[in-house]
Design a protein around this ligand. Structure first.
Ligand code: NAP
Length: 299
C-alpha cells in the first residue's frame, strides 16, 4: 500500500531541506525538532508539529530521523518520548544520520522486537544536495522494506542504492567519508600550492575542477574556501565524528587507513583552534597554519 504519512525528526542543515522536499512531493508530513523554532518554516509550509519523536511516529507510517551522532539516534529512537513509544506495529523507521554501524544494528534490533522495521539510510551530497533533492542515499536493511520506501527516498535523493542488511548503509557511509576526507585534503593542498606559488587559486580551480583531478569537493567547497567563507555546509566536528566511525570500523577488521588518519589529525588542528563548528572547507586554514605566513607577492 502506498505510503502517505511521513514524519521527520531533526530539522538541522540536512533535515530541514530533506523534510521540505517530502512536503513538496505531496507527503502528509509531521515534524519535531528539539529547538522548536526550527519547525516554523515547515509548519508554515503545511507540516504538522508534534511534541516529541513518539508523537511524530504515532502520526506516521514512516518516521525519518536525521540527528547528529550515535547517542542522539539512540535517544530519539529508543529514549523517553522516542520513536519506539509511538510507532505503530508494522510501521517503519528510517535513520538518515551518520552513526556507528553497530549502533545502527542495535537500534534496528530494538525496534524489530516491537514490530517496527528500520532502515539505516545515511546520505551524501551536502547541504546543496539536500536542498536540490539530489542526495546519494545508501540504504541498509530489509530489501522489501526498502522497496516500499523508495518513493520517499526519491523525494530526497537521486542515487538510491540498497547496499545490504541492517548496518550496511552506515558502513558504506564510512567508505564515503574516507573518499570525501581525502578529496578535501587534495582540495586544500591544491589551493595552498596555488597561493604559495603565486597563482590565482580561482583560476586554478576553474581549470583543475573540470580535468581528471576534478571532484565534488573542488567544485563545491573550493570556491567557498578561497573566498574565506567558512559557514558550515558540513561542520568540522561532525566530520571528526565520522572519521572516528571510520577508524573504529577499520580497527574492527585490522585495516590500516593511513590517509584517513592524516586527515583526522589535520582537522584536529582546527578543533584545537576552536573552529569545530566551521565548515570542512576550513581545512585550507589548517595547512596555512602549518606553513606559517606566506611571502608577499613579489618577494
Ligand atoms: P545539524 O545542522 O547540527 O543538525 C542536527 C540536528 O539534530 C538538529 O535538528 C538538532 O536539534 C538535532 N539533534 C542533535 N542531537 C539531538 C538529540 N540528542 N535529541 C534531539 N535532537 C537532536 O547537523 P546536519 O549537518 O544536519 O547533520 C545531521 C546528520 O547528517 C549528521 O549525522 C551528519 O553527520 C549527517 N550528514 C551531514 C551532511 C552535511 O553536509 N551537513 C551530509 C551528510 C550527512 P537542534 O536544532 O535542537 O540542535
Amino acid at each position: 500500500m502506498e505510503i502517505k504519512r511521513v514524519g521527520f525528526v531533526g530539522l538541522g542543515i540536512m533535515g530541514a531541506p530533506m523534510a521540505a522536499n517530502l512536503l513538496k512531493a505531496g507527503f502528509a508530513l509531521t515534524v519535531w525538532n528539539r529547538t522548536p523554532s526550527r519547525m516554523e518554516p515547515l509548519t508554515k509550509a503545511g507540516a504538522a508539529a508534534a511534541d516529541s519523536p513518539a508523537g511524530v511516529a504515532a502520526a506516521s507510517e514512516v518516521t525519518i530521523t536525521c540527528v547528529s551522532d550515535s547517542a542522539d539516534v539512540e535517544e530519539v529512537m529508543l529514549g523517553p518520548g522516542g520513536v519506539i513509544e509511538g510507532a505503530p506495529v508494522g510501521s517503519i523507521a528510517i535513520d538518515c544520520s551518520t552513526i556507528a554501524p553497530p549502533v545502527a544494528r542495535g537500534v534496528h534490533d530494538a525496534l524489530a522486537a516491537r514490530g517496527v522495521a528500520m532502515l539505516d539510510a545515511p546520505v551524501s551530497g551536502g547541504d546543496a544536495g539536500a536542498k536540490a533533492g539530489t542526495l546519494a542515499i545508501m540504504v541498509g536493511g530489509d530489501e522489501r522494506v526498502f522497496e516500499r520506501c523508495r518513493p520517499i527516498f526519491e523525494a530526497m535523493g537521486k542515487t538510491i542504492v540498497h547496499v545490504g542488511p541492517a548496518g550496511s548503509g552506515q558502513v558504506v557511509k564510512a567508505c564515503n567519508q574516507v573518499a570525501g576526507g581525502l578529496n578535501l585534503l587534495a582540495m586544500a593542498e591544491a589551493i595552498a600550492l596555488a597561493r604559495g606559488a603565486g597563482v590565482d587559486p580561482a583560476k586554478m580551480l576553474e581549470v583543475v575542477s573540470s580535468g581528471a583531478a576534478g571532484s565534488w569537493m573542488l567544485a563545491n567547497l573550493g570556491p567557498r574556501a578561497i573566498r574565506g567563507d567558512f559557514a558550515p555546509g558540513f561542520m568540522v566536528e561532525l566530520m571528526q565524528k565520522d572519521l572516528r566511525i571510520v577508524q573504529q570500523t577499520a580497527d574492527g577488521v585490522h585495516l590500516p587507513l593511513p590517509g584517513t588518519a592524516l586527515v583526522q589529525q589535520l582537522f584536529r588542528v582546527l578543533e584545537a583552534q576552536g573552529r569545530g563548528r566551521d565548515g570542512t572547507q576550513a581545512l585550507v586554514d589548517a595547512l596555512a597554519h602549518l606553513a606559517g605566513p606566506l611571502p608577499a607577492p613579489g618577494d
